[in-house]
Design a protein around this ligand. Sequence first.
Ligand code: CP
Length: 315
Amino acid sequence: MRHFTSVNDVTDLKTALEQAFEVKKNPFAYSHLGKNKTMVLIFFNSSLRTRLSTQKAAMNLGMNTMVLNVNEDGWKLESELGVVMDGDKPEHLREAIPVIGEYCDIIGVRSFARFENKEHDYSENILNQFIEYAGVPVVSMEAATRHPLQSFADLMTIEEFKTKPRPKVVLTWAPHPRALPQAVPNSFVEWMRKADYDLVVTHPEGYELAPEFMGDIKVEYDQDKAFEGADFIYAKNWASYTDYGKILSKDMRWTVDSRKMSMTNNARFMHCLPVRRNMIVTDEVIDSPASIVIQEAANREWSAQAVLKMILESM
Ligand code: CP
């Protein structure tokens, strides 16, 4: 593996999962792989889990790590080509990326959708500039359209908790006060399709995800119906893709609560975190034994470590 930006960079999902469970069992078995190697983690946006789990994963593999919070610790970086740089951004990505590449062996980068222009966000302008100009492998720590390290951890978690070979997994939209990107749901659908689970997506009308991610997955607009017999409920908010970046609903009837969970097959509750309690999910559900959000977040370390291991092994 050279770069990791989506499930398409994983040659074989079964092998990748085996590697993730192997490093989970024995985190320091490959600490020789990263000796004298450095990973730079670059954040254009805030993070708790991704920052700590990826840094820990790199350290488990023996790597040194450096973290740069663009816009806070460093120069503000311009990402558009052809602009007259007379504003508040004194450096362009075109120079910054190859310079960072000179100081390290792997770059992790997080950048969110800006919601100014759908085509621009979906072109993955920032991530693709890193891939083009870094000169070293690049790992997406969430980009405008995908969050693959999260989805890999989600897949691990479902594999650990499933009680049947092909569980029914429901991705449900839930209300949120702010407009959030589609990266997590896009990526989740992509990984669940590849895993060939019985995937159902439910959301209010107007929240349809991009067709290239949904493929032939059907939408069930009736959330109660979608929950029937579900083995896993994966809740997430996202802003509209069609009416790009807009909040079309804050309908609290979509909040995951105990009544809805009672319609499932004793489903486990999942969310990538951070989660808005009593908007996305009630306290009662997230504090119940059905909730596996902490185990899910814990698996972020192992999904990141498996990816970094595969990259280090192919250097
Ligand atoms: N789930 C996730 O990516 O969390 P952070 O934004 O805290 O990294």
